[in-house]
Design a protein around this ligand. Structure first.
Ligand SMILES: [Zn+2]
Length: 237
């Protein structure tokens, strides 16, 4: 009696591991699973050799899609433990958690984001500490950047508030001249902070996003589209 074929098997093609599952389907299907795994389903009677041919034909698609997923994976860690990756000014740095009996602090030391916290501190506590560090980091950058951008745009913000926002990088109340910036901008390259700041300052001249507004952005921050594309694709928000 013929041995029953194993319904699932792994293919390793050019560094890409693809989990192939035989199913009672008519067509070959390719997809990326929720944990970023390469998946493929094939009709029940497909031989391993035939499955490999299908996969080779789709290898470029797998590579492209996996690379895109990698670029948009969450920027900030969830557990706030040593070794987790954190994005600071567009660069990946490693989180280093140290225990202290003294004051808690967060500081960027070379390629490490050091968190000095009491033993047994919760992940919420650590996250709040990093959030407060992000505000300090932004404030520091804005000391020079804000007056410089105000002069360039020819508009003055009555206040700049920093806070974590879920859906917007910045906002501006044109009637009062108040600007809010998202603390998550610390995760993006510095040019993105500058672009968002110039954007909000331009709103003090033109409140909407019409052609006049775009003309102002082209004038005061010509590469704004590059930054916008980065922010939209970053997966930070
Ligand atoms: Zn706007």
């Amino acid at each position: 009696m013929a041995k029953k074929a194993n319904p699932s098997f792994m293919l390793d093609l050019d560094g890409i591991r693809i989990l192939v599952t035989r199913k009672r389907v008519k067509n070959v299907n390719f997809r990326i699973g929720s944990n970023g795994e390469a998946l493929m389903s094939v009709p029940w009677n497909t031989s391993r050799q035939r499955a490999e041919q299908y996969a080779l034909g789709h290898l470029d698609w797998f590579k492209r899609t996996l690379a895109r997923k990698e670029a948009t994976k969450p920027a900030m860690p969830s557990q706030w433990e040593s070794g987790e990756k954190v994005r600071v000014w567009g660069e990946e740095v490693e989180l280093c958690v140290r225990e202290t009996k003294d004051h808690s602090y967060c500081s960027l030391e070379g390629s490490l984001l050091v968190l000095s916290v009491p033993a047994g501190s919760s992940s919420e506590y650590r996250e709040a500490l990093v959030e407060s560090w992000k505000r300090d980091e932004l404030r520091l950058r804005l000391e020079d950047l804000l007056p410089e951008c105000e002069e360039r745009v020819g508009a003055h913000a009555t206040s700049v508030t920093l806070r974590r926002m879920k859906t917007r990088w910045g906002s501006c109340t044109t009637s009062t001249g108040r600007i809010r910036l998202n603390t998550a901008l610390v995760e993006a390259p510095p040019q993105c902070l500058e672009m968002v700041l110039v954007h909000e300052l331009c709103h003090l001249h033109v409140p909407n996003h019409g052609p006049k507004f775009h003309a102002l952005m082209d004038l005061h921050y010509p590469s704004w589209r590059v930054c916008r594309r980065y922010l939209n694709k970053s997966g930070i928000l």
